[in-house]
Ligand binder design. Structure first.
Ligand code: FUL
Length: 506
């Protein structure tokens, strides 16, 4: 989305540069960004003021996996950005079945789906009163179809929550660029989407706008847009570069910051589409002192493009590559919004379905057996240390100071190569430096370390065999509350490497 695409179609070099910023999960503590370093003396922290998520933000993050669906006239014209001159006649999927999409998503462990109800070309996937440029003017279902309805009904039948993407940039609508008049149209479109189809859990505002010189420039009325969503769907989160509830992660290559705070200073990214020198870092890393809770969403496509193109069907990400994305997004305190675009029949394609199934199989196998489950746990202080072995994300060890440790003793040695750590984020995100140590001989050896934790931190390492382990929380901005410490074995089999499905990301 956004900054990288603001004035022109995606620039590969910028993508690569942005991806590089998020690369590498095992940074030495001394190499982590300045944003991770404590900025204030411990005694000066006003802990009462640290932000916490709303119930909607908490539910959004705990889903971990959401599926994006890009589908419109572009699917039929073979373009990524339509210019608004497409005839609605081209929109003619022959076997469209939203249940097939929803089934694939739910079987692969995804909890929600977000549909492009209108992309930049302005074609609306639902019959709207705001324009004739919609499915009502297409041959699909003889002009009587409503794809947003079929989508939400399919998702609900599969137990998935639903969201909509409604591009503010509209290259077809005659009122675009008129100011107030287009803003009225946009609000009317939002109102239709948010009143006709039941609960929506996410509303996605794209910051992309490629209007060049001589193009029609439109100033969006963000306060009115946000107020409309809040009034009509108070339980939905709103996504954009600037939130207000969920922020863009700053690239489209599937990498959150290795340091990633869910708190931000809103002044650093004040509006969607702003591209200051510091924007990418602010989106990637957040800010430990940020006054606002605005977690990062990692949107990335299973194919090189966002829309389906026949020529890309041999470049679908592999199951291993999807697992890699999972480590780099969910495993870095973000949420993965993975795009799977339907083909011209209106179905998910065979290679995409195979990759999703493989991803699910690998992920569930890897995380099936928590090797730490049978440990005895001691803590430096505080209460309920054993709660870190319970997967309930609300049960947690609360330390009695702003640093501390947990020690684990297992009945016999185990071999592991992944650790999953998590904070009880309902109480905020506070940990700024941690180390995992294994007891070897007389000494403790550090086997993984980093800065932020948040809802989920996954770290991989060369296989370690140990019977005693400890997690050191070296620094936190408020009393650490650790909800999960788990160990797994098997990640070594999925070591990243250059493959045909490499889209040039980290
Ligand atoms: C970008 C858009 O320009 C792409 O087409 C896509 O929708 C992506 C998710 O966001 O800004």
């Amino acid at each position: 989305m956004s900054a990288s695409h603001r004035n022109a179609p995606p620039a590969p070099q910028r993508r690569r540069f942005l991806a590089a910023l998020g690369a590498g999960i095992a940074l030495p503590a001394c190499a982590v960004s300045a944003a991770a370093a404590p900025k204030r003396a411990a005694a000066a922290v006003d802990t009462a003021a640290r932000p916490v998520p709303t119930p909607a933000q908490l539910a959004w993050q705990r889903e971990e996996l959401s599926m994006f669906v890009h589908f419109t006239v572009n699917t039929f014209t073979d373009r990524e950005w339509g210019d608004g001159t497409e005839s609605p006649q081209v929109f003619a999927p022959t076997r469209l079945d939203a249940r097939q999409w929803a089934r694939a998503a739910s079987q692969a462990g995804f909890a929600s789906m977000v549909l492009t109800a209108k992309h930049h070309d302005g074609f609306c996937l639902w019959p709207t009163a705001t324009t004739a440029h919609s499915v009502a003017a297409s041959p699909w279902r003889e002009g009587r179809g409503d794809l947003v309805r079929e989508f939400v009904e399919a998702c609900r039948a599969e137990g998935l929550r639903t969201g909509v993407y409604l591009s503010p940039w509209d290259r077809n609508h005659p009122r675009y660029g008129s100011g107030q008049e287009y803003n009225d149209v946009y609000i009317a479109q939002l109102t239709e989407l948010l009143t006709r189809y039941g609960p929506m859990t996410e509303v996605w505002f794209d910051g992309a706008n490629g209007e060049g010189p001589g193009g029609r420039r439109q100033t969006y009325d963000w306060p009115r847009i946000h107020a409309t969503v809040r009034r009509l769907q108070p339980n939905a989160v709103m996504f954009s570069d600037a939130g207000p509830d969920v922020r863009w992660v700053g690239n489209e290559s599937g990498s959150a910051g290795a340091v990633n705070w869910s708190t931000v200073d809103p002044a650093r990214v004040p509006a969607p589409g702003v591209n200051d020198p510091w924007t990418t870092e602010a989106l990637q890393q957040g800010d430990p002192d940020g006054a606002v809770w605005r977690p990062a969403e990692t949107d990335v496509s299973i194919r090189p493009g966002w829309f389906w193109h026949a020529r890309e069907s041999d470049r679908v990400r592999s199951a291993d590559n999807l697992l890699e994305l999972y480590f780099n997004s969910v495993g870095r305190n973000s949420k993965l919004l993975l795009n799977v675009p339907p083909n011209r029949e209106g179905l998910f394609d065979a290679p995409d379905l195979a990759a999703l199934a493989g991803f699910h199989a690998r992920r569930t196998a890897l995380f099936a057996d928590d090797l730490l489950r049978r440990a005895r746990v001691r803590a430096s202080g505080g209460r309920d240390a054993a709660a870190v072995l319970d997967p309930d994300p609300d049960r947690h060890w609360q330390a009695d100071a702003r640093s501390g440790w947990l020690e684990f003793a297992l009945p016999e040695p185990v071999q592991f190569d992944v650790v999953r750590l998590g904070e009880a984020i309902a109480h905020g995100q506070h940990v700024g430096a941690w180390r995992l140590q294994a007891h070897a001989g007389e000494d403790w050896r550090t086997v993984a370390w980093g800065s932020t934790l948040g809802h989920c931190r996954l770290a991989r390492m060369a296989p370690v065999r140990a019977q005693r382990l400890r997690l050191m929380i070296d620094f936190a901005y408020d009393t650490p509350r650790i909800a999960q410490v788990s160990l797994f074995r098997g990640a070594a089999a999925f070591a990243p490497g250059k493959r045909a499905d490499d889209h040039g990301d980290a």
